[in-house]
Design a protein around this ligand. Structure first.
Ligand code: ZN
Length: 517
């Protein structure tokens, strides 16, 4: 290492997501990272800020998230970090591909500068890569493959930019060196004794569309500096070449300065000290909510507001597919208020004989009756709860379907009343979950659903002519919002009241047979 002041690698990368619980499930259970800090967004203390890393939470391993429940997806593009790459041991690419596939995650394998690269996306569409360049796995007796092949921290990050030169000049000012080139990809190296998190790739495409921030996109990238003193020197030297650098902000686990690089990405320079063990012992990192002193007096209110990171599993019934019939499809049966996981099984078996069925029980109790979300009064939904529960249900369905080896693009909702309303909420908030939906006696579950593209989705709405429970205008609103979002909606009115009848199952089964013969 030289004496010259130079950036020492990636410190952390921060991304935006929507569901905190889906985030924890994915990064802990599937990628095997450690949640090293549960805290709140210091600028928005009723939302989480979650940090993942290696066991000690070392700089160069830290991926952090702002989860804003219900935030619509963003679009990765120019002026953004479009891929976050982790380093895995050489020889472990096959293990990781197999592991990701087992969880229903599609991967793509390529070669980059001679290393195997596995590309995939997290549950909210964030672009991730695993790069097998970390040297052989450390073989210690008794280690499982899970331990031997674990992620070692970041390998690199890729920025998509419209023009090379201005960003290149900045990277050089920060002490990075252009090391390699492959077509439109330029690889810059940072000086780092640990050989970790030391690459920054620029992919240059003058025609690239500008990215839009939202769920599933990177918010900023932070680079390492060892001391407060050096951080101040960076602040001064960047100011001298025309960058608008923020004052030093105390982030409790490090100190930060921020500025925008010429391509549009928000850069941060963060100090290595003091690290994550500053407010809880190393062995307890991430176990409980840590608040900065200014929010400690609000703790009770903040804790009540934040959704649980590990919500309880849904009690549910799973019926395997029968050999003949609608073998690929999985019907998701969602009961009405006061029902349970058994209620809709007979109806589901008539609607799609032979299909697999997942039938969860709603987790909210209202006067002893099961529901899928809370309401404030009859017909008045607690919309915050609707959003939270819809995400929990979506996560549960994807994990359960993958666990039973069911194709994840053929989940069909069959919801009745309260179950139809949560199914509609899942369509607006997590459009990837259901390909089709059969909604018996539904209402609009959110007064202002997020703008979402539902083109290609098919929805059957079954109204009851004598239904006295459901206000007709609310069903009309739902039909309008679904149609405006591009869904193909068919509405049938059955000569029935609020309860489902054999006419409902006949109409539904004929409608479904058109798409799943
Ligand atoms: Zn940061």
């Amino acid at each position: 290492m030289t004496d010259k002041r130079t950036i020492r690698g990636i410190h952390h990368i921060t991304a935006i997501t929507s569901s905190a619980s889906a985030n924890v499930t994915f990064y802990e259970n599937i990628l095997g990272l450690r949640l090293v800090k549960q805290t709140v967004n210091f600028d928005d203390p009723f939302t989480y800020h979650l940090y993942y890393g290696d066991r000690e939470g070392n700089p160069g391993t830290i991926l952090t998230f702002f989860p804003w429940l219900g935030l619509p997806p963003g679009k990765s593009g120019a002026g953004m970090v479009t891929a976050i790459a982790f380093e895995i041991p050489t020889g472990s690419a096959g293990y990781w591909q197999e592991r990701l596939h087992r969880h229903g995650i599609e991967t793509n394998k390529t070669l980059r500068f001679g290393d195997e690269v596995i590309s995939f996306a997290d549950p909210h569409g964030l672009g991730l890569e695993l790069i097998a360049s970390g040297g052989p796995a450390l073989e210690r007796p008794g280690d499982t493959a899970e331990l031997a092949y674990r992620i070692r921290g970041f390998h690199s990050a890729t920025e998509l930019t419209k023009s090379l030169q201005p960003t290149q000049e900045l990277l050089v000012h920060l002490g990075m060196v252009l090391r390699d080139r492959d077509g439109s990809r330029f690889r810059f190296a940072m000086d780092n004794d640990e050989f970790r998190a030391r690459w920054y790739d620029l992919v240059v495409d003058p025609e690239a569309e500008k990215g839009q921030q939202g769920s599933g996109t990177v918010h900023h990238i932070a680079f390492r500096t060892p001391t407060d003193e050096e951080q101040k020197q960076w602040q001064r030297s960047l100011g001298e070449i025309g960058y608008q650098v923020t004052p030093v902000r105390d982030r409790k686990y490090f100190k930060s300065i921020y500025f925008h690089e010429p391509g549009g990405v928000l850069f941060e320079i963060a100090t290595d000290p003091p690290g994550f063990a500053v407010d809880e012992p190393l062995e307890d990192l991430g176990r409980s909510l840590q608040l900065p002193p200014q929010f400690e007096s609000w703790r009770a209110k903040i804790e009540a507001e934040l959704p649980p990171l590990r919500p309880p599993a849904f009690v549910h019934e799973f019926v395997g597919p029968r050999a003949s019939g609608s073998g690929e499809m999985t019907l998701v049966a969602l009961h009405g208020t006061g029902g349970d996981e058994q209620d809709l099984l007979p109806l589901a078996q008539v609607v799609a004989s032979g299909a697999a069925i997942i039938s969860p029980r709603g987790q909210v109790k209202e006067n002893g009756m099961n529901r899928f979300f809370r309401r404030l009064a009859a017909g008045v939904f607690d919309e915050k709860d609707v959003v939270r529960r819809a995400h929990e249900l979506a996560d549960f369905l994807l994990i359960t379907a993958a666990g039973h080896n069911r194709p994840l693009d053929k989940l069909v909702a069959l919801g009745y009343s309260n179950g139809a309303n949560i199914a509609a909420a899942v369509m607006f908030l997590r459009p990837e979950v259901f390909s089709e939906a059969i909604l018996l006696r539904p209402m609009l579950p959110l007064s202002q659903p997020p703008a979402v593209d539902l083109s290609g989705k098919k929805v059957l709405i079954l109204r009851g002519r004598m239904d006295k429970m459901i206000p007709a205008y609310s069903t009309d609103q739902l039909i309008k919002v679904l149609t405006d979002a591009g869904a193909q909606v068919e509405v049938r009115t059955i000569a029935a009241g609020h309860g489902p009848t054999s006419s409902d199952s006949e109409v539904a089964s004929q409608w479904l047979a058109d798409f799943h013969p």
